[in-house]
Design a protein around this ligand. Structure first.
Ligand code: GLN
Length: 198
């Protein structure tokens, strides 16, 4: 399986490291030719407006958006969640997303209470163990469309969601050394989807 990490801005190296710790070698994606060589993509946390603008500058915005809509397994963390969402609240004027995930997210939703925090939360992958989640000016999901599954919540706000080939978390699993979220993406989202295509 060839997984790419969108390498325009944000926690790129940390995601590549987490993927390789899970036994999947990750390549960095900045150009269309690099996107063509991957089967699945991770969109890291960082700043969603900056990543979107850089994707336009590098001429890969439309290709990413099209691949996502054509079923490329994609995981978005924090800013990556915003970039996968079909609708964004508290966006800046003209903010674009790749879209594909039928959710409405609110940017910086936890920001007014506390900018950053850590919490051990339940994650619905069949294990009773909690996951350590790091939230940094994180969004939450305000509305989910049909077919979107909520896998984790904080104060009743969904913070991990999945719809077929798309998976998103408000939090940053690449910062904790706990690879359960990356493993979920690799084994439960990407691998079954890619095996179906073969
Ligand atoms: N608040 C950031 C945004 O809107 C996301 C923060 C993060 O990725 N840690 O893009």
């Amino acid at each position: 399986m060839r997984i790419g990490v969108l390498a325009l801005q944000g926690d790129v190296r940390e995601h590549a490291r987490s993927l390789s710790d899970c036994g999947v070698s990750a390549s960095l994606v900045r150009r269309a030719s690099e996107l063509e060589r991957v089967d699945a993509l991770v969109i890291p946390g960082g700043e969603s407006t900056t990543i979107a603008k850089l994707a336009r500058t590098f001429g890969i915005f439309d290709e990413i958006s099209a691949r996502i809509k054509n079923g490329m397994p994609t995981y978005g963390s924090c800013a990556g969640m915003i970039l996968l969402a079909n609708q964004v609240l508290d966006a800046i004027v003209g903010q674009e997303t790749f879209g594909g995930l039928d959710v409405t997210v609110r940017r910086n939703a936890f920001g007014r209470q506390v900018d950053s925090f850590e919490s051990d939360i339940a994650f619905d992958d069949g294990s009773a163990d909690l996951v350590k989640a790091v939230f940094i000016r994180a969004p939450w999901v305000e509305k989910v469309g049909d077919g979107v599954q909520v896998l984790a919540s904080v104060d009743k706000h969904p913070v991990a969601v999945r719809s077929e080939t798309l998976f998103a978390t408000s939090f940053h699993p690449e910062l904790t050394g706990d690879h359960r979220i990356h493993r979920y993406f690799i084994e439960e989202v990407a691998r079954p989807a890619l095996e179906k295509v073969k």
